[in-house]
Design a protein around this ligand. Structure first.
Ligand SMILES: *[C@@H]1O[C@H](CO)[C@@H](O)[C@H](O)[C@H]1NC(C)=O
Ligand SMILES: *[C@@H]1O[C@H](CO)[C@@H](O)[C@H](O)[C@H]1NC(C)=O
Ligand SMILES: *[C@@H]1O[C@H](CO)[C@@H](O)[C@H](O)[C@H]1NC(C)=O
Ligand SMILES: *[C@@H]1O[C@H](CO)[C@@H](O)[C@H](O)[C@H]1NC(C)=O
Ligand SMILES: *[C@@H]1O[C@H](CO)[C@@H](O)[C@H](O)[C@H]1NC(C)=O
Ligand SMILES: *[C@@H]1O[C@H](CO)[C@@H](O)[C@H](O)[C@H]1NC(C)=O
Ligand SMILES: *[C@@H]1O[C@H](CO)[C@@H](O)[C@H](O)[C@H]1NC(C)=O
Length: 267
């Protein structure tokens, strides 16, 4: 390689680094374009536009930042893709985060926070747990979080179940196919009738009932490494019925298009 090629390579690298903007937070004053990514503080997760499988449609999703093969753990506009790469993610005047199709400037998806009045401002941040949170600039409270709207993946520290006050129902639904993240036929729910256990539904019909989640975290018990530290928490009180878990490895439960709810771990 001569000096000229080297400097061209450096120039190319420089251009590449500048083409992809990585943001730490998103607020009223900036906009995330297709191609930009919002990264969590310890670079565990990234949020950006992507196309699943062989699709050319664009979705806003969250994936593990440092894994070469993209594993999407959450999708915002599951049912309303952007048809081209001119989509943007930005705040509107009410403090809602919206995805717009920049050509028609139509809102395609919104956080739809109903309690917001005008002149609100919020900041969006992606946490290292994979949770996208909107923090109100004045009250500093979390006014919306992606963990309240699960797609097909159950991450450590997320909750499945329901919040009796807000009426939020936390459950997983499979993708339609590898190319289409719209809700598919299967859902995986946590319903603590008697003792806490998993229920897999096909449409509205119960399809499979898992064992009690505490004793049997999904059949993986036999394959678990010795140092696999798996803790399940169950909350059952006046406001909330939920389950969550934590592990010592990168792990996720995914309800598959084929109708199974599986725990996968990365070494
Ligand atoms: C956005 O820009 C305006 C005007 O420059 C400034 O007053 C405001 O503090 C900025 N907001 C944030 C969240 O940085
Ligand atoms: C994408 O297309 C290729 C070639 O047609 C095919 O082999 C592959 O299975 C497809 N992948 C998905 C996820 O549909
Ligand atoms: C995207 O394309 C689909 C199918 O071609 C069409 O139904 C839909 O209206 C388009 N959406 C936008 C925002 O242009
Ligand atoms: C937001 O609210 C509108 C009107 O109620 C509804 O049509 C739309 O589906 C909602 N969007 C999301 C992402 O929930
Ligand atoms: C919103 O902010 C604008 C400009 O700062 C101000 O003129 C207006 O009165 C505010 N509206 C409300 C409802 O607070
Ligand atoms: C397992 O996790 C719990 C809670 O996170 C922690 O207190 C404990 O020290 C961990 N044990 C091991 C062996 O890592
Ligand atoms: C129920 O448990 C949740 C989670 O620990 C807690 O935030 C909430 O305050 C509890 N509600 C009551 C009524 O104790």
């Amino acid at each position: 390689m001569n000096t000229r090629t080297v400097s061209l390579h450096i120039l190319f690298l420089f251009l590449l680094l500048h083409l992809i903007d990585s943001l730490r937070t998103l607020d009223q004053n900036n906009t995330m374009k297709d191609g930009d990514v919002l990264i969590s503080q310890a670079r565990k997760f990234a949020l950006g536009f992507f196309s699943p499988g062989n699709s050319s449609l664009r979705y806003v999703g969250i994936w593990y930042y440092e894994q070469l093969e993209r594993t999407v753990v959450w999708v915002a506009n599951r049912e309303n893709p952007v048809n081209h790469t001119s989509g943007v993610l930005a705040f509107d005047h009410y403090g809602n985060l919206v995805i717009r199709d920049n050509i028609g400037n139509l809102p395609i998806w919104s956080t739809n926070i109903s309690s917001l009045t005008s002149n609100n401002s919020a900041t969006a941040q992606l946490l290292d747990s994979g949770n996208l949170v909107l923090i109100h600039d004045l009250s500093k409270e979390i006014i919306w979080q992606s963990f309240d709207y699960p797609t097909d993946t159950f991450l450590p520290s997320m909750k499945l179940g329901s919040d009796r006050r807000t009426g939020l129902n936390w459950f997983l639904t499979s993708w339609k196919s590898e190319d289409d993240p719209a809700p598919g036929s299967y859902s995986c729910r946590f319903e603590p009738t008697g003792y806490p256990q998993w229920f897999l539904y096909k449409g509205r019909a119960p399809y499979w009932r898992g064992g009690p989640i505490i004793e049997n975290p999904h059949g993986v018990d036999r394959a678990m490494p010795h140092d696999f530290n798996f803790t399940v928490t169950v909350v059952r009180n006046a406001t909330e019925v939920s389950t969550s878990y934590s592990t010592s490895t990168i792990s996720r439960y995914v309800v598959q298009e084929s109708g199974s709810c599986r725990l996968s771990m990365d070494p």
